[in-house]
Write a protein that binds this ligand. Structure first.
Ligand SMILES: NC(=O)c1ccc[n+]([C@@H]2O[C@H](COP(=O)([O-])OP(=O)(O)OC[C@H]3O[C@@H](n4cnc5c(N)ncnc54)[C@H](O)[C@@H]3O)[C@@H](O)[C@H]2O)c1
Ligand SMILES: [Zn+2]
Length: 401
């Protein structure tokens, strides 16, 4: 205890120093066909001897496109009724970024948790893409100060990136993830079979996060993606499942081993390409998805790294062609919006800094797999990068006519 006490100066200060450590642990499990009654992944994950209450929130598109999922869930629960008390039919929530823009859904989910008396010994199962997981994750982490959350991600993006980490959130005042929490899930179960019903464009856009993580951390993974663009486009399971697994592993390792899981410091390498991506999403009124915006944000920050003479031309070319071959965008008109003679995209830098706090810190790469951090931004070079990407994009468009 540190005590400072002085009557003479009428100063009074007492400090009780608090310090404790808590270890967080959760498994990220990979499986196929989670609700097959022969699949014990979920029941083993619950690891319970007593009957536990469960409420399920599921993406409406997952529910609609997997015709028998309702029956499968019910049969699974019935088969395990000694351990599971499903309090009501799965609650359907429409997927997509728009659900993160409305607090109404947060209130609706809180209400259900209250009505069905879901307590801290119960479980919330969230089955859906990154948007549903962010929304329900936020609800679960704040209702009763935290209910156990099992995430079952159903998009490539949520299986390889958003679903495996510790962040939850919704948007506010047209700013991404303005309201949110850092909270560890109880477990994450990636069921590859759930990806089968994804539309091609949603399937492919999740690979932008895989490119991201490979560019900052793993050259081998980048070339695995680069050399298998056709296989990815054809949704070949062997390769796509490997990439999702590797990407999730690197992501999880970064969170646990880099000593800053709750992002207290300014550096945030997993947000490579994201300062522009988040701004593109909001400028497009969320018509451009997160995955596609990340592809554009990566193209921009890699082009900037190249024009700064930090990144070699061959590396830059490999990155841009990989993004293009995967039919992901490298440019959108939001990069060139002008207001009061200023390029609006640069407001994304200040918003990014505000969200992080402290000094603006941007991740760049000096070679594939090797990141660096910078606090200095050269807007002229960024403007040149935007022009170069616009030109390249026009060339691609004309070639496809
Ligand atoms: N919390 C984090 O750390 C983190 C990290 C990265 C991204 N994110 C967030 O993730 C969100 C993007 O997630 P997303 O790319 O998964 O998009 P999404 O949740 O919007 O899903 C994309 C579309 O696919 C549909 N869908 C989902 N699974 C399906 C399936 N199996 N079959 C058929 N349709 C299905 C959804 O209804 C939606 O229309 C963004 O809001 C982004 O900010 C969060
Ligand atoms: Zn992202």
């Amino acid at each position: 205890m540190n005590v400072y006490y002085s009557i003479k100066n009428i100063k009074y200060m007492r400090t009780i120093r608090q310090s404790f450590q808590v270890t967080f642990k959760y498994n990220i499990i990979f499986t196929h066909d989670i609700f097959n009654i022969k699949n014990s992944t979920l029941i083993k994950t619950l690891n319970t001897k007593n009957k536990k209450k469960i409420i399920i929130f599921i993406d409406k598109n997952v529910y609609k496109t997997n015709e028998n999922i309702n029956t499968k869930i019910k049969d699974y629960i019935k088969n395990n009724e000694k351990y599971i008390n499903l309090v009501c039919d799965p609650i359907l929530i429409t997927g997509g970024e728009k659900i993160k823009n409305h607090y109404n859904l947060v209130k609706y989910a809180y209400k259900l948790i209250d009505v069905y008396k879901i307590c801290r010994q119960s479980y919330v199962l969230a089955i859906g893409g990154g948007t549903l997981l962010d929304l329900i994750g936020f609800v679960a982490s704040t209702a009763h100060r935290g209910i156990k959350l099992i995430r079952i991600p159903t998009t490539t993006l949520s299986q390889d990136d958003s679903g495996v980490g510790v962040k939850n959130g919704i948007n506010f005042t047209n700013k991404k993830n303005f309201i949110g929490s850092f909270s560890t899930p109880y477990a994450v179960i990636n069921d590859f079979n759930l990806l089968n019903s994804l539309k091609d464009e949603n399937f492919i856009e999740g690979f932008s996060e895989a490119i991201k993580v490979s560019l900052i951390k793993d050259k081998k993974l980048f070339f695995l993606i680069k050399n298998n663009t056709n296989e990815i486009l054809n949704r070949e399971k062997k390769i796509t499942e490997k990439i999702i697994y590797e990407c999730a592993k690197i992501h999880a390792k970064h969170i646990s081993k880099k000593g800053d899981p709750f992002e207290v410091k300014s550096s945030r390498p997993l947000d490579f390409g994201h300062w522009a991506a988040h701004k593109i999403e909001s400028l497009s009124k969320y018509k451009i998805s997160h995955g596609k915006s990340v592809a554009i944000g990566l193209a921009l920050d890699c082009t900037y790294s190249y024009l700064l003479k930090l990144l070699k031309k061959d590396d830059w070319k490999n990155i841009i062609t990989t993004i293009i071959k995967l039919t992901l965008p490298i440019y959108s008109k939001e990069l060139s919006f002008i207001e009061n003679n200023k390029n609006v995209i640069f407001n994304g830098l200040e918003e990014f800094r505000e969200h992080l706090g402290g000094k603006l810190t941007i991740t760049l790469i000096k070679s594939i797999g090797e990141k660096i951090e910078t606090h200095h931004i050269n807007k002229n070079i960024y403007e040149k990068s935007i022009k170069l990407l616009k030109k390249l994009n026009n060339t691609i468009k004309n070639a496809n006519k």
